[in-house]
Design a protein. Structure first.
Length: 395
């Protein structure tokens, strides 16, 4: 992106601080309830700080490479929520018998909200810290390590609807089998109490894998669309502020967003991106001069998706050429809307001369080469022009 200026945003800082707090709190709770000596507690705390430093680095690395929800502007809020829940689950595991603790569930929860690397690393850390504080033996460590590996391997397959129930059953039986095998290796016997706890853990694992994992995973993968919908909703802070401070700009933005959304659907472009770009296309005008850099800075400050910020940075091709079909479409819609709004104040436009003005305006922009590098095909341009000509622009 031309205006790719990385900044520290409160939208990401708060989840990161929550992850740090959860890591420290988890270590303190485990050490306190297990009556760990102070020197050992300090060592466990130091390990927590080392882990969270590397973990945050990995989160940032994955974000910048679109490894989280396919959204470089992700806020880590989902990852933080999942991690905090896993910490709580880890602490509750103190009251569950050894070899029956739900460490196979942790990677599934983290996978649903992040990816396999983050899920594996966070689950292994939480498990090992639990063992250090709780005083688990070698067999218990190996038991949970194998459980986590099995869980991460099978997590991806849960996205396949035809395989989901089968994978859930496999996870149930693996959980039971691993628990029994390692309990026997450690004690040379099997207790019914351990079997019952392992079975209960397996049932929870089965239910999550069969009915909740895919839903959460799909919600995470749709984070970009959800974010675009969120920032164009009537109750979003920037929308409310625009409505209250600049009602004329608000009406214009709503019109451009609506038309851009419908046109994008008709010509096969990302409709939600077009809608958001249409609404915020003139964001720089709301901020002041220089309006393009000011608009981009405000969009980055609000943690808008990178694709949206890119379009806003290409406003009318003033500082960067239009580099995507959606950028070209939004420019077309905004330009026509402004043209017709200006002319309607002077003369009444009939349907006939309105169509002619639209055709003439867009042909002029096209002949200037404004859309040449946008990737918009001639067929898409002609279809969009036809749709805009038939649009009812008067309110």
């Amino acid at each position: 992106m031309k205006n790719n200026r990385e900044k520290i945003h409160v939208f990401r800082v708060i989840p990161i601080l929550l992850i740090i707090f959860a890591t420290i709190a988890n270590s303190v709770v485990l050490c306190f309830f297990n009556r760990v000596y102070w020197d050992e507690m300090i060592c466990i705390g130091l390990l927590g700080l080392l882990f969270v430093s590397v973990f945050i680095f990995e989160l940032e690395f994955e974000r910048k490479h679109y490894g989280l929800a396919y959204n470089r502007a992700t806020t880590f809020s989902r990852v933080a929520a999942a991690y905090i829940f896993c910490c709580v689950l880890c602490e509750l595991s103190m009251y569950i018998p050894e070899f029956s603790r739900p460490f196979m569930l942790l990677p599934l929860i983290m996978c649903a909200f992040s990816n396999e690397v983050i899920a594996f690393c966070s689950s292994m850390y939480l498990m090992l810290i639990f063992i250090l504080a709780n005083g688990g033996d070698f067999y218990e460590v190996v038991c949970y390590c194998i459980s986590i590996v099995f869980s991460v391997i099978l997590a991806k397959a849960l996205s396949e609807k035809s395989m989901r129930i089968y994978i859930a059953f496999i996870l149930f039986f693996l959980n039971e089998a691993v628990s029994v095998v390692f309990y026997y290796l450690a004690n040379e016997s099997v207790e019914y109490r351990g079997l019952i706890y392992a079975a209960c853990n397996g049932v929870v694992l089965f239910l999550f894998a069969a009915f909740f994992y895919d839903r959460m995973r799909r919600d995470s993968s749709r984070e970009l669309d959800n974010r675009l919908l969120d920032i164009t909703s009537d109750d979003y802070s920037a929308v409310v502020a625009l409505h209250n401070d600049f009602p004329g700009e608000y009406r214009h933005a709503k019109k451009v967003a609506d038309v851009a959304y419908r046109c994008a659907k008709e010509i096969g472009l990302d409709a939600h991106l077009a809608e958001a770009a249409g609404f915020y296309y003139r964001i720089g005008k709301w901020q002041g001069e220089p309006h393009v850099p000011m608009g981009v800075d405000r969009a980055i400050e609000l943690c808008f998706p990178v694709e949206l910020v890119e379009i806003l940075s290409e406003y009318y091709g003033e500082e960067a050429v239009l580099s995507s079909p959606v950028s070209a479409l939004v420019h077309m819609v905004d330009a026509i809307s402004i043209k017709l709004e200006a002319m309607s104040k002077d003369v009444g436009l009939s349907t006939w001369n309105q169509e002619m003005i639209i055709y003439q305006t867009l042909n002029e922009y096209s002949s200037m080469g404004l859309y040449d590098q946008s990737g918009m095909s001639m067929n898409q341009f002609l279809k969009a022009r036809e749709l805009l000509a038939k649009e009812k622009w008067t309110r």
